[in-house]
Design a protein around this ligand. Sequence first.
Ligand code: EPU
Length: 427
Amino acid sequence: MDIIRVEGGHLLEGRVAVSGAKNSALKLMAATLLAPGKTTLENVPNISDVHVMGKVLKYMGATIEVLDEHTLCIDTSAVNSWEAPYELVAKMRASTAVMGPLLGRMGKAKIAMPGGCNLGARKIDMHILGLEALGVEFDTDHGYIHADASKGLVGATVTLEFASVGATENLIMAAVKAKGTTVIDNAAREPEIVDLANMLNKMGAQIAGAGTPVVTIEGVDELHPVTHRVVGDRIEAGTFIVAGALMASDAGVEVVGFSPIHLGMVIKKMEDMGIVIDRIEGGVRVHRAERIEPVDIQTLPFPGFPTDMQAQVMVLSSLADGNSIITENIFENRFMFASELVRMGANIRVESHHAMVHGVEGLSGAQVTSPDLRGGAALVVAGLIAEGYTEVSAIHHIDRGYERFVEKLRALGAQVERLTVPDFIDD
Ligand code: EPU
């Protein structure tokens, strides 16, 4: 079993460059299915979720050449299958992002039903309702969703009940090849959606309004392969900014490779907490907080406060001078992290989707378990300031979305290492 062990109390300094965004790269990889030929993606993070998406595409007949650690050339000329099998979807729900592109390219898709995950039920009903409006017929059997657009995809107006990231992306990727105009009302506005629309437009699609609540897509007959650079990972950046706010030396920590505008609400809330964040070329410089003010945060779709930064900022609030309230509105099950942080001495009471965080003077290192990707990273960050050693297990969650997390922290001066330890056997 691999764990990450952190020795708390070491100051951080220097500059860290974030990788390309996981949640963009995965969808851009899926979108290559729409443009038969060789698409080159640059700034692709070398993380396990990207490896799974690579396997999904290969399963369908694509070939992937790794040009360098962060550049993939994906050749989708020979794609001849429209199935995303259970073994891969079970590993990564985002595999369902191939549904829209497969419908656009082949007029059909067979996708294993994703089921829930440790963030909650995570339904895909809005993906299905939206695609039905475009003329797709659905059937389910033996744990698979069969989507059939053999009568042709036809543009329509779709109002999403909630600004779902995944539903917006799947709809865009199907609508680019539909006949006529599709309007997505109450579309998600995340920067990763803008990145997807930018690449699709380079490929010849006609998408207007990405990044606003109304996205309009004029269908085209064909898309062509391109070269595209994945946008920087705002959540990885936010995670390092929290690390800096806790432990930066007097010179501060520079976090670069992303656009601070993509992290607007996180930076605003951290500034409300008394943390000094300077804008610099390509990112920010963060200074260690002398005193952390309590905060009220509720997670919301972009440009609101991202659910993917909730755990990291909870670490900060756990050390605030007063009581904070954190409300989780996106996922029903994203407070499992709080109980792990309590093991490190935090004082947090969770009631339904609210967490009442009573600031404490300090955290103490403990053995804790990553509940999910962001929670796992937040525990490592908590370990940076905790007294003594923190050992974080179930770090495969962290590997899904943070490239070389330990190495990047070490380069800043953190005392952190990845260790293989024997599994505990109790009989
Ligand atoms: N939802 C439905 N029905 C649907 C679609 C969504 O009920 O058809 C619900 C979900 O169950 C959830 C909420 O709506 O409670 C938000 O879901 P959304 O579709 O917006 O999220 P997603 O596409 O499943 C992406 C990211 C998540 C990120 C969320 C919100 C990827 C691969 N994942 O998920 O990233 O938290 O958007 O911004 O893009 C992460 O990186 O750690 C992560 C979980």
